[in-house]
Design a protein around this ligand. Structure first.
Ligand SMILES: [Zn+2]
Length: 57
């Protein structure tokens, strides 16, 4: 079984929890790398990517 894990975000330095459920999800998807950014920074990255795509068109 997985255990909750605390990771320091690479972008903002905030400690976030990589929950057991998320770890299971990552394994299911075959992701080998653990997340390095907190949810907020990941969400920011996602939206900025989308924004760029929209601007291009
Ligand atoms: Zn962060």
């Amino acid at each position: 079984m997985f255990k909750d894990k605390t990771i320091a975000c690479k972008d903002c330095g905030t400690d976030f929890t990589f929950t057991s459920g998320e770890q299971e999800f990552y394994k299911e998807k075959g992701f080998e790398n653990e997340p390095t950014r907190c949810k907020e920074c990941r969400a920011k990255k996602k939206t900025s990517f989308k924004g760029r795509d929209n601007n291009r068109r």
